[in-house]
Design a protein around this ligand. Sequence first.
Ligand SMILES: Nc1nc2c(c(=O)[nH]1)N[C@H]1C(S)=C(S)[C@@H](COP(=O)(O)OP(=O)(O)OC[C@H]3O[C@@H](n4cnc5c(=O)[nH]c(N)nc54)[C@H](O)[C@@H]3O)O[C@H]1N2
Ligand SMILES: Nc1nc2c(c(=O)[nH]1)N[C@H]1C(S)=C(S)[C@@H](COP(=O)(O)OP(=O)(O)OC[C@H]3O[C@@H](n4cnc5c(=O)[nH]c(N)nc54)[C@H](O)[C@@H]3O)O[C@H]1N2
Ligand SMILES: [Mo]
Length: 685
Amino acid sequence: MNTNRTTQFKNVCPRNCYSACTMLSQVENGRLVHITGDRSHPYTKGKLCSKGYAYIEANYHQDRLKVPYYQEVKGSGKFKRITWEMAFDLIIKQMTNIKNQYGNFLPLALYKFSGNFGVHHFVTEQFFSSIGKTTRIVGSPCNSAGIEAVQYDMGAVKMSDPSQVREAGLVIIWGANPAATNIHLIPIILEAQGKGAKIVVIDPLYTQTAELADLYIQLRPSSDGALANLLIKGLYKAKSLDDHFLEKHSFGFEEFIKQIEQIDDYKYEEICDVSREPINLLINWIREAKVVSYIVGMGLQRHSNGGQNIRAIQALAAARGDIGQKGGGIFFSQGETYVFSNQQVFSNEHLDVNNRTVTLDEWITNGVSFFNNQPPLEMMWISCRNPLTLEASPQLIQNHLKKIPFVVTVEQFMTPTAKMANIILPTTTHFEEADIVTSSWHKEIAINQKAIPPYYESRSEWNIMKELAIRLNQTCPALSSFPIHSSEEEYLNSQFNEKVFDIFGVKSIADLEKGSLTAKLPNIAWHDYQFSTKTGKYHFYSTEAKEAGLPPTPLFIKGKLPKEQYPFWLITPHHPYAINSQFNFLNLDDEGEAFVAIHLKTANELGIFDGEIVKVYNTQGSIEIKAVISNKVPKDILMIYQGWHPDSDVIINQLIPVIQTDMGDYAYGAKGIAFYDTFVNLAKL
Ligand SMILES: Nc1nc2c(c(=O)[nH]1)N[C@H]1C(S)=C(S)[C@@H](COP(=O)(O)OP(=O)(O)OC[C@H]3O[C@@H](n4cnc5c(=O)[nH]c(N)nc54)[C@H](O)[C@@H]3O)O[C@H]1N2
Ligand SMILES: Nc1nc2c(c(=O)[nH]1)N[C@H]1C(S)=C(S)[C@@H](COP(=O)(O)OP(=O)(O)OC[C@H]3O[C@@H](n4cnc5c(=O)[nH]c(N)nc54)[C@H](O)[C@@H]3O)O[C@H]1N2
Ligand SMILES: [Mo]
């Protein structure tokens, strides 16, 4: 018998990333032996990132959770191995106690985010909705301010196909670092550059992407709106705006441009810390370009004026007539392919009036005290989320978790969050379960086949939720209306609906077996200028924004600035060789540990040497971390990549206060977190 028979499976990377790469996995004897990119994917074209190529190592990593654990005292580290049977018994006991005592499940909270964004994983939200009222922590730590900015101006979150960037005459990469975070966009940008397009990068840090730029503008964090306003003023004076678009397809431009005419150029240049030459050069390049693509990142909206800054950039693109054009417009995010049934439960959590909703900032700041007068919080279910690494002020959350009697975490690794749970349930990776993956960037969907059996005793989230529903109903009949399917495939098939059919022309996963499919949506967003706003026009004046207490026009609003005691900005951007808190443990980068990047002059002034352990601190906390002297950060900025380094106890986010972004309520029921409005000081140990 040939025991080495290789079988090939289709997999899709389900991380919270732009690319959602399809890959082909070779399996021998139930084990992954090789992974390649799938060349038939129209956007990723067979290329994976460093993490993608390291998936075998990650999947079989010695630190992966193999069995369920129980710890009586959270944070004690005294984990007892338990069986699934025991785990379910303990969970059901806690849930039935809650139901008996309170008559509903409001004392049970769901705390979930983006560890895995496959359709399969919204099973947890669906289960929670199947048991009546529960508590939900609402708001996104990711893109809330930006999404809401898009909604105010255009009414819906649409985006042209990213391949359109190829046709641009000028590409402005604004507060984004695609060379690290969106690598498949780079060949497209380079193709545009090869055809003569100029590339401009606007970022306070000299990033991997800035290295590709024809013009790099290093501006002061959170001053982007001022720069965008200056550019629009320059173009207006040079009569280089699109009068036809402004007249026919926009609303409120007169009021906005009146305000723009009054801004003091010199003062605005000072705010941005950018001199006149690059501004004039950029104005000329915009004027000369046939069409401009704006790649707008998430980094720039992580400030208290982040949403407003995005609106200012959009106003520039709109007024110049780049929106709706081949090769032009704003490339931020798209939500049109987010159409599966259980995904709707997730996105509408904040609108579900049955649930008790708590905003992200309220949760972090007030924790359980928020719930005191209502039913208290007796239980929390954490899945696909590592708040003790990635939320602002995780030290506060650690205390909140201590106060909740019963915390369950569904995880693949013993993260700082898992360490604060009473029950840890080991879960499968995407190679060990069936799924469908959509992207918030390109418009493909693809199926993910179960390629190998679950690692040791790990179970898929569908399996966990289904088992819970069955057991709950055995204890209290009809308590959960969660549908019981016999397989993950059957469950996934139940998520198809009319909208999925309209957009993708498919009715079940069988229709996806041949390969990824592209949504039947226009390649160019807003090509018909039928905006989804109340007037059907592009809004330079937004009554919705005004009603929300925000400026109605996209005029720059000052952000926060460092003060004497804490003179440095702390920017904690996304790591090229990790994704959020995942993959750092593989040490794919040169450093292999967390480090703080410091400008040479700053280091010299403080007598700090390269490689030395230094202290970075503010009123929030203090961390000790390796110093790396770098010419890529300005003198007044320190850069530490976001992430989790299992071998060290450095928790970067301890330094991050809970400051809200300006926008997010309208989009997600809560404002975002201004992670990059963090100010610190630096000292030798
Ligand atoms: N300092 C700082 N903090 C930030 C940011 C920043 O820029 N700077 N960015 C913010 C942004 S943009 C985001 S999106 C958030 C991300 O925050 P999270 O969504 O919490 O990030 P992840 O680390 O991707 O995923 C969380 C956990 O999910 C687990 N996981 C992976 N796959 C699965 C699965 O299939 N099932 C289950 N149950 N768990 C799984 C991972 O092991 C990981 O521990 O972080 C935010 N925090
Ligand atoms: N390799 C990798 N890929 C990822 C992720 C990852 O962790 N690693 N995370 C995924 C997720 S969840 C997200 S949200 C995206 C994030 O993708 P990006 O937005 O591309 O990346 P960020 O690092 O969040 O921020 C981009 C840049 O914003 C800059 N920035 C900060 N403040 C300002 C400002 O005020 N103005 C301007 N102009 N720039 C500013 C930062 O210096 C940084 O270089 O990437 C996704 N892809
Ligand atoms: Mo994100």
